[in-house]
Unconditional design. Structure first.
Length: 100
């Protein structure tokens, strides 16, 4: 069983369903499922993978390349099935060139 991480609650929310003409965000059903799963990741307590629960206004940042330029196999990841609610995500790839 993979360990499960949660991110702290935040007062800021990146709610794509809210509207500037509305005084409050629309009602949404709670999100169940949709964890980001890192099956090869290890921690000091767990050696069988890590699951990160999605939370509104939070992000998961990880590196998938080692300092020597090789791929980091421990960064292999997948999105778990969303059982209820809606999960929004955006990918941002950052390139850090090696400058001699």
């Amino acid at each position: 069983m993979a360990s499960e991480l949660t991110l702290e609650n935040s007062p800021t929310s990146m709610d794509p369903s809210s509207s500037s003409s509305s005084s409050s965000p629309p009602e949404r059903s709670p999100l169940r499922g949709g964890e980001t799963v890192f099956p090869r990741a290890i921690t000091t307590q767990f050696h069988d993978g890590v699951k990160v629960k999605p939370q509104s206004g939070k992000a998961v940042l990880f590196y998938n390349v080692l300092p020597d330029g090789n791929m980091d196999d421990l960064s292999q990841h997948a999105g778990g099935k969303v059982e209820s609610g809606v999960k929004y995500l955006a990918n941002i790839w950052v390139w850090d060139p090696i400058i001699n």
